[in-house]
Design a protein around this ligand. Structure first.
Ligand code: SF4
Length: 268
């Protein structure tokens, strides 16, 4: 009942008694029809409501509109598209709605697209992987990491390295770049519509160096174990030989003593 009393067909200016009486009148009409299901268009109820457009004029200072335009990236007239995509007739109406707190600037498609693409550009620019895009004999794009990796390298040399990465079947490329031995894992793909070739180099140098260091450590440890074992073996042999000599000596002394005792018996 509350929902109907405050429903959309009730006029705001009607008080609660008037609303209740209209509702009871509607219930009586429906009860008289005495049907379980009815066609709403054939029911003699006045459910019509006429609405008028009441345009509210907001007096927003021009500086505030400009500030919101700047926040939405509409820094020049070309970016004021008036595309109605946000539901407002013009970008200006949208900026006014933002100013009075009725809309969010993120509700502008153009602003969102620009924001997403600037974030993805930042990710590509700042990734630790070196990225080069080239076409024919020209570099179309090179990111920060690639600029550091190929510092001072002329364009044709960078393209030649990229070409070799594209043509080679090796998974890891061992190269000397700027007198530094590096291990690169390249990933190559073509841009659609012959837009160029993208080469992404994952720098595995640190990982490979760490693996080599571990292998060297393992080799030296095995060598050390061999050395200690050999020394232990030699020591055991020396002890065995000394023991053998000592036993032989004792045996010979006993033999002499036995002989001496035997001679003593004969004389007596
Ligand atoms: S979606 Fe953006 S560009 Fe389009 S009218 Fe709204 S504010 Fe202007």
């Amino acid at each position: 009942v509350g929902g109907c009393i405050n429903g959309p067909t009730m006029k705001k200016e009607d008080n609660i008694l008037l609303r209740r009486s209209r509702l009871q009148n509607a219930i009586r009409i429906l009860e008289k029809l005495n049907v379980k299901k009815f066609d709403r268009f054939s029911v003699p109820l006045d459910l019509k409501r006429t609405l008028k457009i009441r345009k509210v004029e907001y007096n927003i200072p021009e500086s505030e509109i400009e500030r919101i335009f700047a926040e939405m990236g509409k820094t020049n007239p070309e970016k004021v598209l008036d595309c109605t995509g946000c539901g407002y007739e013009t970008c200006r109406d949208k900026a006014i709605a933002v100013a009075v707190g009725k809309a969010e600037k993120e509700m502008c498609f153009a602003y969102l697209v620009e924001k997403v693409s600037s974030v993805s550009n930042l990710v590509v620019e700042e990734t630790p992987n070196a990225i080069v895009i080239f076409k024919d004999s020209k570099i179309l794009y090179i990111n920060n990491s690639a600029r550091v990796l190929f510092a001072n390298y002329p364009e044709d040399m960078i393209i030649s390295i990229c070409q070799r990465a594209k043509e080679s079947s090796n998974r890891i490329h061992e190269l000397y770049i700027n007198s530094r031995k590096v291990y690169l894992y390249p990933k190559v793909f073509d841009l659609p519509d012959d837009g160029g070739i993208v080469v992404l180099f994952v720098d595995l140098t640190e990982m490979v160096q760490q693996r080599e260091h571990m292998n060297e450590l393992r080799r030296r440890t095995i060598e050390k174990i061999d050395e200690v074992l050999n020394e232990q073996m030699k020591l055991a042999q020396d002890i065995a030989s000394l023991l053998g000599e000592s036993i032989a000596e004792t045996k010979s002394r006993f033999a002499e003593f036995k002989k001496f005792l035997g001679e003593e018996n004969v004389d007596n």
